[in-house]
Design a protein around this ligand. Structure first.
Ligand code: PHE
Length: 449
């Protein structure tokens, strides 16, 4: 059997900020903007918020409660509540696997972000004006080495934070960077309100076009985005919950994280869309939105070099605090499971993840000819396998585990909710609503394959 976590957060505040740091990431800015752009803006937003409240919040609370009450990392936490001979014991391993898989390609994208931050900070962003933006992005990706260097730098920084431990590494990092992130976001949002496209941006984000509600794909996209953005079903929130002392209230922390994450995505939308509309560009640009469209916007804007630098700084911070949480999951697993020193576990895993992510980088250069029949490259394929397949699957398994396998009284006591109204609602959501909804979503997506 594994050992319980040996370290705890120094403060409740630190735990909430670290969880928020994990939730707020590339998903809120880079992914949210293009998924909303491709799925109809305002109406997508509505579906997204409903998914966050009815699926995201109950599952997040369940993950925190499972981690805190078992005081163990994700795989061992699941092991602890399932019966000795039950196959459910192994479900937690899926979280360890998905977090590692996501980090392998997340570090690649975060590496691109660092590169762009470097271009803006060193005054080399002029080449990104007009159609040159796409050429510059393509040329950068086509270099076999440069993107791998970026990816390695991201993993190195992430590993360095993890090596310092839960309190001195993860918690200290978030205590410093999260307020800075909030400040950058506010400055950029206020600036966006001065742009001529502000109203068009607002309309795009808030005016619902109800016709998209008849497309099943909008619901799938909203659910996947909610999982990815909050950071559910990856073991992160179970592991972060396990570093919490037993007497800390959870429901309020869960509400803060979910609300903060959603607010951040909305404000990021309010920064991106007015800018895109002000300069007559197209918001439905797919994953290149942040790297191709926005640099063109910044190039035309007054003081655009500064705005661009702040934007990529914001994105770098958001990505780093999320990458840290993703690495913590396999590190906590390896060190508790095999009694490895934290140092060894971190270094070995960071090296393995670098190797696992290299094909995602090379998919744009040396292996550029290798594309699936659906036009996907290695990185897209990793994202689809992780976010569209493994996340809903793990979400489904986790909600069944929390709602059916974990004895009800224990589960309710672990959340700190009253066994009446709030607790009953929470448990019913996990038991019926989540498995039903996620089962439907998975069947629909299989159907569409
Ligand atoms: N939530 C992060 C984001 O929005 C990504 C992430 C997912 C981080 C899962 C940790 C765990 O970018």
């Amino acid at each position: 059997m594994t050992h319980p976590a040996s370290e705890h957060w120094a403060s409740r505040h630190g735990f909430v900020l670290a969880s928020l740091g994990s939730a707020v990431g590339l998903g809120n800015v880079w992914r949210f903007a293009y998924v909303a752009g491709e799925n109809g803006g305002g109406a997508f937003l509505l579906v997204y918020i409903v998914m966050v409240v009815i699926v995201g919040l109950p599952l997040l609370l369940g993950e925190f409660a499972l981690g805190r009450s078992t005081q163990r990392e994700c795989a061992a936490a699941v092991h602890a509540v399932a019966a000795v001979s039950s196959p459910w014991r192994h479900v937690g391993l899926l979280g360890v696997f998905v977090s590692a898989l996501v980090l392998a390609y997340y570090a690649v994208i975060a590496g691109w972000v660092l590169r762009y931050l470097g271009l803006y900070a060193s005054g080399h962003a002029a080449s990104l004006a007009g159609p040159g933006a796409r050429q510059a992005f393509d040329a950068y990706l086509a270099d076999p080495l440069l993107p791998i260097v970026g990816q390695a730098v991201v993993l190195f920084l992430t590993a360095w934070v993890i090596l310092r431990g839960v309190k001195r590494g993860i918690e200290s990092l978030n205590l410093v960077l999260m307020p800075l992130l909030g400040l950058l976001l506010l400055v950029l949002a206020v600036h966006a309100a001065t742009l001529p496209g502000w109203r068009a941006g607002l309309r795009f984000l808030f005016a619902p076009d109800w016709s998209v509600l008849s497309h099943p794909q909008v619901y799938l996209a909203a659910l996947g985005q909610a999982f990815f953005s909050i950071g559910l079903a990856m073991g992160v929130m179970i592991t972060y919950g396990s570093y919490l002392a037993p007497d800390q209230p959870l429901p309020r922390a869960a509400v803060t994280v979910v609300a903060g994450d959603t607010l951040f995505a909305l404000l990021a939308g309010l920064i991106i869309f007015p800018a895109v509309f002000s300069f007559g560009l197209d918001p439905a640009q797919g994953p290149g939105l942040a790297f191709v469209v926005l640099p063109q916007v910044f190039a035309q804007m007054q003081a655009g070099a500064w705005v661009g630098m702040m934007f990529f700084l914001l994105l770098s911070i958001a990505a780093l605090t999320s990458a840290v949480s993703l690495l913590e999951v396999p590190v906590a697993w390896a060190s508790q499971r095999f009694r490895l020193p934290r140092r060894t576990a971190t270094l070995v895993l960071a090296a393995l993840l670098l190797a696992a992510g290299i094909p995602a980088s090379l998919g744009y250069s040396v292996w550029g000819d290798w594309v699936t029949s659906g036009g996907r490259r290695v990185l897209d394929l990793m994202d689809v396998v992780a976010v569209d397949m493994l996340l809903p699957l793990n979400g489904l398994l986790l909600s069944i585990l929390l709602g059916w396998v974990w004895p009800r009284e224990q589960a309710l006591a672990a959340t700190g909710l009253s066994p009446h109204a709030g607790g009953r609602l929470w448990h019913a959501a996990l038991r019926y609503l989540l498995p039903g909804l996620m089962g439907t979503v998975m069947l629909t997506s299989l159907w569409r394959l």
